[in-house]
Write a protein that binds this ligand. Sequence first.
Ligand code: FAD
Length: 525
Amino acid sequence: MGQPCDYLIVGGGAAGCVVARVLAEHGYRVTIVEAGRTQTPPLRRPADYLRSFGTRDDWAFVTVPQPELAGRRIRQPRGRGPGGSTRINAMIWYPPQATDLRMLAEAGGPDWAPDRLDASLNRVTAWVRPEPPRWLSTASRRFLDLSRPAFHAPHAFARMTDRRGRKTAADLLMDSGSVVWVDGQAERLLVAEASPGEDAVAPRDPLRVTGVEVRQPDNPQPRTILADRGVVLCGGAIGSPTLLLRSGIGPADVLNPCGIVPRVVSEEVGHHLVDHLVMPVIFGIPPRERFPTRFSVRDLARWQVVATGPASSNLAEAGAIYALPPRGDARQDRCRPPAGDDAEQARNQFQVHLTPTHYLLHPADGAPAAMTIGVNLCRPRSRGRLTIRSADPRIPPDIDPRYLTDEADGAGLVAAVGAARELARSEPFAGWVREELLPGAKRPSFERTLQAIRRFSQTLYHPVGTCRMARDGTGVVDAACRVRGTVGLHVIDASVLPDIPSVNPNATVMALAYHAATRMASGSE
Ligand SMILES: Cc1cc2nc3c(=O)[nH]c(=O)nc-3n(C[C@H](O)[C@H](O)[C@H](O)COP(=O)(O)OP(=O)(O)OC[C@H]3O[C@@H](n4cnc5c(N)ncnc54)[C@H](O)[C@@H]3O)c2cc1C
């Protein structure tokens, strides 16, 4: 048994830290169970973030083989430790767009009206205080001068950084003395059982969740932690559905083969997995402009003394949003938006991330001098699923985003690659950019470009949707983020998003967390 608390939060990531701060500010005793070691600091130097992959800060998931990506398993990093994925992410702070706010309003109803959620975003932004970059590469500076018409013109990304470098979501909790961190992986939810003499809990009664069973490092016995008021799952789009499934909340066709007794049959758990798939379009640049894979003494001094120079780069330095160019291709024409429908417009837009490196090879020492125009569809249509194949918490879930299974996504990405090629031919890139390294000049056709996308595209690390919110009773959680069929259990994190935000999702997730937690804390849900 641990210390008593009012709320027990599973997962101290982007959402979990916001929820904890809101609840603590309302005077509740809060405990966070976090699977990563709570004492170790993250890598603060922005340019080092790729070096966190595969370390103990990363769950290092991989997807199941993706048939439309040449059978590849796609690496799916997820942060572990205080701050969650904000320990290892690219730090971009991109506020949700009007279409993203409306998407949540549709799922959540009047309490999630765009102006209300916007107010929550403002509160979280005031906590985070995102900053503009202190340094930009030549490639990014040239990108900012492109004049092609854009939905969002080229701009340097605001970031979750300060003078010390990376700021994680856990940094928001530095003054919250009332939050207790517990090292360990939550393995199962604990539920109230009828005690002798009490009427048995009827099968249709909601399941009352009372706490969690936690496996701690260096302790062979699982530890029980109880919460007086409720348990809030903030384990993210992979962690939260996995814990629900292991606790018997999910579709019977997943639970039964694992020998898990279904306690709440909730068909939607794990469905609607959606992610941004990015295709790197890579160009050679003059060798003197090569982004360092090891920093010189001068670079390190610049970073330490004035927090600038290449070590302060988050690599994904700048970006823009463009409309997909028309191709007259039936598959892509399915993406043409009806006038005025901004959700459909987002389906017909792509985002660019400008990176002053060879996207696939950096930071390997042999990486050539290159820049990457990474393209991804703002709102892909393909939908996947997360399942488990064992009750054993040590066995990772099966993550199946089913990338490009909707044909329009492949066609859209081909069009986006074509647009990236045009950008690289425009002033002020023209004459400065050298040969196209990927997909490469030998792959100009639709088919060859699509083939390259199948072979080389990667996750942009934005999985969402596996515990979808809906107010009409079809989702895993209701509009107050309460898990249907249970009492005392919420999910508040990227998994409840009903669709993928059209931009980098972290700011949306943190705003959503503030919004849901405030309503929970004030009893207005
Ligand atoms: C490499 C990378 C780069 C990214 N770059 C950006 C970017 O630049 N901008 C942007 O907007 N978004 C970015 N993202 C996405 C963004 O970080 C996530 O959308 C956001 O962090 C999701 O927040 P979350 O709270 O849902 O999950 P997370 O932040 O992942 O937090 C989940 C937490 O729960 C813990 N946990 C899970 N299961 C358990 C369990 N059973 N027991 C105990 N603890 C558990 C995890 O260890 C983790 O700490 C990136 C993500 C990654 C991985």
